[in-house]
Design a protein around this ligand. Sequence first.
Ligand code: GDP
Ligand code: IMO
Ligand code: MG
Length: 441
Amino acid sequence: MIPENTAVIGLRYGDEGKGKIVDILSGYHFDYVVRYQGGHNAGHTVQVGERTYKLHLLPSGILRPHKKCVLGNGMVIDPKALVAEIDDLGIDVYRRLYISDCATMIMPWHSAKENRDSGHYGPGGVGSTGRGIGPAYEDKAGRRAFKMWELDVMRENGFDKFCLRVWQEAEKFYRPLPARKWHLEIENFLAAARKIIPYICDTRRLLNEKYSQGKILFEGAQGHMLDIDHGTYPFVTSSNPTVGGICTGTGLPPKAIKNVLGVVKAYDTRVGNGPFPTEDTGPAGQYLLKVGREQGTTTGRDRRCGWFDGVQAHEAVMINGVDALAVMKLDVLTGLPEVKICIGYERNGHSLHHPPADPDELARCKPVYDSVPGWTENITEVRRYDDLPGSAQKLLWWLGNRSHAPVKLVSVGPERSQVILNPNAKHVFPWMEDMLQMAES
Ligand code: GDP
Ligand code: IMO
Ligand code: MG
């Protein structure tokens, strides 16, 4: 059974485990793994045997030899961060990495600008990753951004023109600072920019020439609730991690996206500020933080932990047209006396079944929970769905039921092989049935 182009999208506040799922799927039939939004605010961890890889800009498919990886036009890319990531990884990416000539560059002054302006959102701010993502997208919308095509050395005086414009913009931003403080930074930036030139190309054309073969995997970064249009604005990132971002962020038509796999954890986490109705600051939340090792891949901050929010998950399934779910980190719940799942909200004595748009209102919503009894069996070695404890199976049923999407994959550990197929969801993505075996090879 042959799969078709598949989107892997985080349905929550990011860090759902997208990297692991993309790593598994890219071991199969897919030839291209494509990022379409965001930048190095993403942190995707992939564990292969004893080795752990932390990816920020490179799609997780880069770990599979022969797979081609694309950084789409919807991304904001810091050349220095990209060069550092390629060097750290120590994997040859030549002829496997394609950077869109229409992607936007993160400039050396963007993170400083972000720091300077963060007070605008009140005490604590949005709690961004501090990577300059917001200011880079602001410049893009303001039609003054630096684009990858400016590095095209084939243009008349290509790189020289680019350097001149960078120095002029830098002068404006850094004017009050002594030159020695920022000259080196700009020189390092330009050196990195020069290094990525060989990877820049017309990825819109490349992908349009390939998509009818059905071998494209789209790797979402962040998650639905961090989407600038559909998330908890203003406590969001500055791009569209949702499915709509794929078309604008790659230049592919909607018909190129055949399957949408939504990634969730069996509980919820959020890093950074903003409403989180199911947050648990008590012992259960502490347990999830500790056992789930919930520290951000990019910034190392502790993630806030809580229970799976079925109200928001349902909304995300609807907006993204999710066909099925991958439920991650089920093993982390082992040992809890009870596992809760939010099935609705209560506000001013009324029941709510959809999340309100106003983040303050959302923060005031009281979750209504259902629960299943906990289990104590170690499930990290389980590979057959029916061998999971009855209570865990019941929880998975609830997750699918409240989200309105079948659970297809269940993850029981960080390693590539720790994944289970749900036999009750054979009707959706039937190609996954033989995928797991191939992904191992
Ligand atoms: P992403 O940003 O969505 O790719 O997710 P992250 O990589 O930031 O965070 C997910 C974390 O959970 C990583 O450290 C993974 O190695 C880890 N992980 C993924 N799946 C599982 C699982 O099923 N169980 C456990 N214990 N850890 C997992
Ligand atoms: P992955 O791809 C979790 C959060 C930040 C902050 C908000 C805005 O690993 O799931 P930004 O730097 O994007 O302007 O920050 O978004 N955030 C993430 N949280 N996972 C991520 O990516 C995130 N990327 C951004 O913590 O609250
Ligand atoms: Mg992450």
